[in-house]
Design a protein around this ligand. Sequence first.
Ligand SMILES: [Zn+2]
Length: 348
Amino acid sequence: MPAGKSLQDRLSAGEKVFAAEGYMFEFNKRGYLKSGAMVPEVVIEHPDLVTKMHEEFVHAGSDVVLAFTYYGNRHKLQVIGRQDEVEQLNRKALKMAREVADNTGTLMAGNLSNTTVFDPSDKDTVDTVNAMFKEQVIWAKDEKADFIVGETFYSLAEAMLSLEAIKAYGDGLPAVVNIAPTAKGHTVDDVPLEEACRKLEEAGAAVVGLNCSRGPKAMVPLLKRVRQACKGPISALPVPYRTNEEIITYQMFKDPYTEQYTFPSNMAQFQCSRNEIEFFGNACKEIGVQYIGLCCGNTSDYFRLLCETCGKTTKASRYTTDMSNHYLNTDKGLSEYNAKVRKALLGL
Ligand SMILES: [Zn+2]
């Protein structure tokens, strides 16, 4: 399929760009990724499934095929003793994403993330992070990414390192850089979130915004502040979990029976309803968020609904729920027997 417009052409024309994420959680739920170390080994071990998930997300409306290299950095591979495979994993993930993007006329993005080794007070870790970002950017550029996403950064300093690496080694590829909001309203290095986004924009990021940690209700107030602080396109990719004023991040949820934290693998009880996804889509329209997605916990069902709420019909929209042909639809008049079934089901 012919390549569509570039990211920047789409954004400068005022279009929305939809970006499905959440590969990590979804593969964990499906039994192909181990939560804890959270390394995307599935890229090497079951590449066909990764391609399928890319295709499924495009079917549900994603304009972006994000190469599954989240936590695919050298340190993370080292944690599970597979550091020798870091380049193989990255290149394979990028090639598969490129192929799906080419076949569907979508955009392919490389992916950098928080490294989990960064400590701004320790120069050695800064050097380690720089080296890891450098090699991942070079692989993404080699494998023909259309742009690179750096995301889930808790500090402005680490986010800035990712942006600097994309600028230095990405041969002009646009950067989308997202901060992960904590419960505090500022980064872990004490910069108000909207100011961190503004600084990233001023340093040359094509899109800046927020991803992960907070669900729609707890992220939307921050997005308004980011919109006011920044001039260019902004991004929002909350987690589809019911965080609120008290339980602000999804890491804070506790199971009511055990009082134990539920992140990352006991989260089903806190999933958003469809109405909360609609709330987020409508908020994006109202605030003027252009790069729109969902992070950990995303599913095709949520993503199709998000796109539809924002005015985009997806390939999956053909199968969007329509109860007008359901045998218990009261508008059409129920047979006596089906009326009895309905009453029995509803306990009436
Ligand atoms: Zn996430």
